[in-house]
Design a protein around this ligand. Structure first.
Ligand code: ZN
Length: 304
């Protein structure tokens, strides 16, 4: 039986929320940026931050320009930020946005959907299910797929892959084989501690194995730094992120196998994780990540 529990409180997004953004205060100097990747393809860093923190998580989008319209992957944390991104896109093309791909169903990637107006929204089918249950009403995907679909737009080929649950129940990886670019959305946070609050640590490792087999030069993260990073640095960041997910999974699995309580696991996890416990946002993300992973590995795992 395919059944997933919806953990509304588990989203990085909902924890972060845009409280400060709504007040127009980031607490830190950060300007959203459009970052050229290869010809006609940009990444965009949006200003996702946590109240009281000096550093910025960033919510990233992918922008694909074609002669037959623009494809945007991931729509920012709120309508104002999505509009700001659309204005940045309009500064580099006169083409309208035709497709919005919601690669993660979490709020910080879909709450801006309404800014896009009359576009085709595409998502993995379980991502759409989860969005339809959101407390924030939003335009929902009109096109869904299960495991894989391909979009051909203005001479560009975009493969949409769902390799299984990872950060969310319905993650999409967007791969442009001819451009050798893969946008990983929430399957990859660059330089930030992992967020596994939906409890899919084991599946996430399988998804990362699949992603790393893609024949790409550029692996673009859905959160964390892109600006100034080379393709090799982003690839190294992905490998480090993979090691981070594995470290959490393996440490919690050891505690579960030993019959340790969640409390004991939580008390010892800093030492277990070593260098990964020093990553930005560790203190903010560790509780949900360790709890959800502990629950999943101690037998209350959602069936895949
Ligand atoms: Zn997110």
């Amino acid at each position: 039986m395919h059944r997933y529990r919806v953990l509304t409180a588990a989203f990085l997004c909902e924890l972060v929320t845009s409280t400060l953004l709504a007040q127009g205060k980031l607490g830190v100097d950060f300007e959203p940026k459009l970052i050229p990747i290869v010809e006609g393809i940009y990444a965009y860093e949006g200003p996702l931050a946590i109240p009281g923190r000096d550093d910025v998580i960033r919510t990233n989008s992918l922008i694909v320009l074609t002669d037959d319209g623009v494809v945007v992957v991931d729509g920012q944390d709120n309508v104002d930020e999505a509009e700001r991104m659309l204005a940045a896109i309009a500064s580099v093309t006169s083409q309208p946005v035709r497709y919005l791909i919601n690669a993660s169903p979490h709020g910080d990637h879909v709450n801006g959907n309404a800014a896009f107006g009359d576009v085709e929204i595409v998502a993995q089918e379980r991502a759409r299910d989860q969005m339809s249950e959101s407390r924030t009403p939003m335009p929902l995907p009109s096109v869904v797929y299960a495991e894989r679909m391909t979009l051909h737009v203005g001479g560009k080929t975009l493969e949409l892959h769902h390799f299984g649950p990872a950060h969310t129940v319905g993650d999409t990886v967007v791969y442009l084989p001819e451009d050798r670019v893969a946008f990983l959305s929430e399957v990859y946070f660059n330089g930030i501690f992992t967020s596994l609050g939906d409890g899919f640590a084991a599946h996430h490792l399988e998804v990362l194995d699949a992603v790393e087999k893609l024949d790409a030069d550029w692996f673009i993260p859905g959160h964390g730094l892109i600006d100034g990073q080379s393709a090799a640095e982003l690839r190294a960041g992905l490998e480090k992120y993979h090691a981070n997910v594995k470290a959490v999974h393996d440490a919690v699995a050891r505690h579960v196998a030993a019959g340790d309580s969640l409390e004991k696991t939580m008390n010892e996890i800093d030492a277990d994780l070593g260098e990964f416990a020093e990553l930005p946002f560790y203190d903010f993300l560790k509780q949900r990540t360790v709890e959800a992973t502990y629950e999943a590995l101690s037998g209350r795992e959602k069936s895949k």
